[in-house]
Design a protein around this ligand. Sequence first.
Ligand SMILES: C[S@@+](CC[C@H](N)C(=O)[O-])C[C@H]1O[C@@H](n2cnc3c(N)ncnc32)[C@H](O)[C@@H]1O
Length: 240
Amino acid sequence: MIVYSVGLGPGDPELITVKAKRILEDVDVIVVPQSDQTGRSVAREIVLKYINEEKIMMYYFPMNNDREELKRRYYDLANKIKAMLESGKKVCYVTMGDPTIYSTSNYLTDRLLSIGVQVRHIPGISSINAASTMLSIPLCIKGENFGVYEMPSDVQRTIELIERHPTTVFMKVNKRLPVLIDAVRKVKPASAYLARRIGLDGQCIYDMLNGTPPPEAAYLSVAVIRRRKKWTENMTGHKI
Ligand SMILES: C[S@@+](CC[C@H](N)C(=O)[O-])C[C@H]1O[C@@H](n2cnc3c(N)ncnc32)[C@H](O)[C@@H]1O
């Protein structure tokens, strides 16, 4: 009994892998978990570029933070998937970006494994990669490392994290954008951008060192902060 956990990439339907597309075509049921009953599902829209609606099974999670309720729902979905596999159906579930990065698929995978279902992951292009490549900012070059964090709530912590790596990525920026902008203006890195809704309608790039900040970032926003000026400068030993 194997179910596929498929990464759909950051939003542009052309940024799913050939393997992900093949599995979407091959399975009988594509489970699309969604946490908002009213909102559009970007994942569903990507799947629909390749597959007919009939194969899609939407599964809604409540928006509230009731952990017990969420736990029950994950078990419920895991049991439903197991039952479909037992009846001979081929099943996959999908997630935006990569399934192992800040993804609800991680919880579902955990429940499936606990009830004896094997999960095979199909990696997806993460919003981290989509942002850094769109901005042409290296995440890391030889001898460097980079950090990825959920956006902290306070400025001092944000400054510490920015100063920890040559490049720092913040995810889930949302309402904490003013904290980030404050930290960025104190650190004065070489570049600091917010990439919003990459590959989707409303995509925009915001330069946090120059310009007026929007009051808050969109839900789908990633910030990439690079302390060093040019990637070549590190290679020649110059410290910025
Ligand atoms: C629940 S996490 C999912 C991350 C996803 N698994 C990945 O690999 O990119 C949601 C966060 O991912 C980022 N994100 C996902 N898709 C994005 C996009 N198209 N544009 C900008 N940020 C995105 C945002 O930081 C958002 O708050």
